[in-house]
Ligand binder design. Structure first.
Ligand code: AMP
Length: 577
């Protein structure tokens, strides 16, 4: 089907042709003719990236009366980012419609300017719920001529606690208006809005109900809890051209994962609620422009991330609420492109994968964390392909060629290739040389078991564990529970990352995931237990025999292998440079 067959005005058709839209997406094909021909309510069930904006935007623009300055179309969406995106899309679609004004209103920015824009006349207002309520309360927006209210990403808005706001907004709009509701999923709360505010809505479902985009492949890797971060790095390294979003559950984990990735030379940055709006905007701008390769995000901060070409969504941890999986994975495979959604799970989370499979009505594929050889081969090929495809101006080297020939002339072509690749690549190979197999089986409970029995397992010979000394013991009333509680509360790391604990008379020892060493030492500074300061230090070595000897953390420092990646391998991580 062609856009020209849908019944849209020529002024709109010419604009979307200019934008490169050739044929309507499935949801556009169904919703546009319906909305143009019928005066009724509509429910569109489709995930993000399926072309929803044009599905409601084109019919909305088609029906606007530019002779009137009053607000006729109201689009409500969950986030500031989405609000800006929708209004920009609508502006592009209506480029050739004279006298039309589209105004985005969202929080976190000067309301005065938005009020002035509305007062000048805005036939279409695109708003986030909170700011719209503010404008309604200040009597700065008149909604009595609104003919269509679009609720975009309705499930997200309800997830974010906008239920009352949406009710209040809908109550302010005239009875004759139509409601066009779009949602990726159909939880009870969304159904309630449909029941209360819509009349016999026409329902369009793209794919199955609650089903995610068919262009997304869903993979999962089962690893022990303590290997989660290492597995993340392996997955990233195995996909050298990844342009992705990594989801974590909490702000703290988001910041920690991003910090560790950055320290390891990856081109990654976090986005979460502890950052100011300006900081979030800066990160998003970098990500959109592909200067940033990996965005590490909380579910909330990632809402409204509408960026095309994202190749991978990685669930560093599965979402608390499995419904959120759909939203997360919908960030990839937009606009008909393909994408991969990767979940890293521990040995006890298999059941969650099963529940998600039921919700999205799609099977996951269990993948093996790639071996060092597989990763190195991938990286090497990527390096070589980069050289082949690079259109660098080699003529500038001509001047130096005689000297280079004199120096390297004695080597064969094969020898020169080997030497150049080795210079670039040896540090990377070194890094992976002795890497362990990170795959775990569901039965292998290992350290995922939070119970005391497994915690008793001696992991001092494990190179991934760091042993710590604590200057408190039984005589101070110190015990296992207190140690665990203080560690988890102050560092934010999970119990699963803490290993064997030995409480002795005057002092204690515990093991923890080596990757968490800095976090533990930093976060535990100054923490006290019942008035006694809890001095924590690294013991001399993780593989100590006996109960470990104290040593100053400074003394046992030294560059970790992770930080020994070569500068050149770090450079390669910049996206498409
Ligand atoms: P949306 O779901 O509306 O955010 O759209 C996702 C992406 O697909 C956006 O970048 C749109 O510009 C693009 N898009 C939407 N409809 C079409 C179409 N019919 N042809 C090509 N690209 C489209």
């Amino acid at each position: 089907m062609k856009f020209s067959e849908l019944g849209l005005k020529d002024s709109i058709l010419s604009a979307i042709t200019k934008m490169g839209y050739e044929s309507p997406t499935p949801i556009q094909e169904k919703s546009i003719p319906y909305l143009l021909e019928n005066d009724g309510d509509l429910i569109g069930l489709a995930s993000t990236g399926t072309g929803k904006t044009a599905s409601f935007g084109l019919p909305l623009l088609n029906q606007v009366d530019t002779q009137s300055k009053n607000t006729q179309g109201l689009v409500i969406c969950p986030t500031r980012e989405l609000c800006i995106q929708i209004s920009n899309d609508l502006k592009a679609y209506s480029e050739n419609i004279k006298g039309l004004s589209i105004v985005p209103v969202y929080g976190g920015t000067d309301i005065g300017r938005q009020i002035k824009q509305i007062e000048r006349g805005a036939q279409i207002v695109v708003a986030t719920p909170g700011r719209l309520i503010d404008l309604i309360n200040r009597k700065k927006i008149k909604l009595w001529e609104v003919e269509a209210v679009v609720l975009d990403e309705a499930d997200e808005m309800l997830n974010m606690g906008f239920k009352e706001d949406i009710d209040a907004i809908l109550d302010q709009t005239p009875d004759f208006k139509n409601v066009w509701l779009f949602s990726a999923t159909m939880p009870k709360e969304v159904a309630r809005i449909a029941k209360n505010y819509m009349e016999d809505p026409f329902e369009i479902t793209v794919g199955g109900k609650n089903e995610t985009n068919k262009n997304i492949e869903h993979h999962y890797y089962t690893v022990k809890e303590r290997d989660r971060f290492q597995a993340l790095k392996s997955v990233i390294d195995f996909n050298p051209n990844i342009y992705g979003v990594i989801f974590c559950r909490t702000r703290r984990d988001t910041a920690a994962v991003a910090d560790k990735l950055m320290a390891g030379g990856y081109n990654a940055e976090p986005i979460h609620g502890d950052l100011s709006q300006a900081q979030r905007d800066r990160v998003m701008d970098k990500f959109r422009s592909k200067t940033l390769q990996l965005l590490v995000a909380t579910d909330v901060a990632a809402r409204g991330i509408d960026v095309n070409d994202i190749t991978h969504v990685i669930h560093y941890q599965l979402p608390e609420d499995v419904e959120n999986y759909t939203h997360r994975s919908g960030r990839t495979a937009r606009a008909g492109k393909k994408g991969t959604s990767i979940a890293l799970i521990n040995t006890k989370e298999g059941r969650k994968i099963k529940s998600i499979e039921r919700i999205i009505n799609t099977s996951f594929e269990l993948k093996k964390v790639p071996t060092s050889d597989q990763i190195c081969e991938k990286q090497l090929l990527s390096l070589i392909k980069g050289i082949k495809n690079d259109e660098a101006d080699t003529s500038r080297i001509d001047t130096f060629l005689p000297v280079l020939m004199e120096e390297l002339g004695e080597y064969s072509k094969e020898e020169i290739i080997k030497r150049f690749v080795a210079t670039e690549f040896n540090k990377f190979l070194d890094y992976y040389e002795n890497a362990r197999d990170l795959n775990a089986t569901a039965r292998d409970n290992g350290r995922d078991d939070f119970g005391s029995k497994k915690r008793g397992r001696d992991s001092r010979n494990d190179p991934n564990q760091q042993r710590f000394f604590v200057g408190l013991g039984r005589k101070d009333g110190f015990n296992h529970g207190a140690l665990l509680r203080l560690l988890c509360d102050n560092t934010g790391i999970s119990k699963a990352n803490i290993g064997k604990i030995d409480i002795l008379e005057k002092f204690s020892f515990f093991d923890a995931d080596k990757n968490e060493t800095e976090r533990i030492l930093e976060s535990m500074k100054g923490v006290d237990f019942e008035g006694n300061r809890m001095s924590i230090e690294k013991t001399k070595g993780s593989n100590d025999k006996g109960d470990g000897k104290r040593s100053s953390s400074r003394r046992s420092g030294g560059r970790s292998r992770r930080n020994e990646r070569s500068k050149s391998s770090n450079r390669r991580r910049s996206y498409r440079n």
